[in-house]
Ligand binder design. Sequence first.
Ligand code: HPA
Length: 234
Amino acid sequence: MTVHIGANPGEIAETVLLPGDPLRAEWAARTFLDDAVCVNRVRGMLGFTGTWKGHRVTIHGSGMGMPSLSIYANELMSEYGARTLIRIGSCGAMQKHVAVRDVILAMTASTLSTPSRGIFRELNFAPCASYDLLRAAADAAERMKARHHVGGIYSSDVFYDERPDLNEIMVRHGILGVEMEAAELYNLAARHGARALAVLTVSDHLLTGEALPASDRESSFGDMVEIALSAAFA
Ligand code: HPA
């Protein structure tokens, strides 16, 4: 047990998928894993361990935003030995050629600030994905004929952003989408010598205002889970 995870030693797999929403962790574990067992429910942050095609996998909620994800990713790596961490989540699209339902594979993540800011101080560290995972995820998306994009995203500290000018700068610099967790996941994975990737489904579009209807969410999010699992065990 750690401060925020109730699992016993050995109950967490080396490969962990991290959706923000604990109920999405439950849905993904019940849908994609065999013999999924709940291994954490501290503070309602659900985690499940099971197998996918014979490989052990944990699917564990990260909560929303980098401070929350940082707690779980730190404990998963330093206390439970997680070595491959893949965020599966939603994002808002920031380019015209990116559509709702598309998948974004985040090569790198820009931020204003992360919980690692205290370490980096004046350094603009460039958080980046594991190339192995990124390449394998792109291969999987191509095999599945899932519309996908590979590039930079923006990990924001706020959902209700009072700085529309910042979004405009991101758009001008080709940032594909905005979410709130990937940059710190990449920072922490680098620090722990682990592999990380964010596989994101576009749930809304910042330029057009379009949003994924609730009824389409499960099928669209399913592609993302399959891409993440295929990449982890490629
Ligand atoms: N902003 C931040 N995070 C998000 C968004 C957004 O517009 N959409 C989905 N996750």
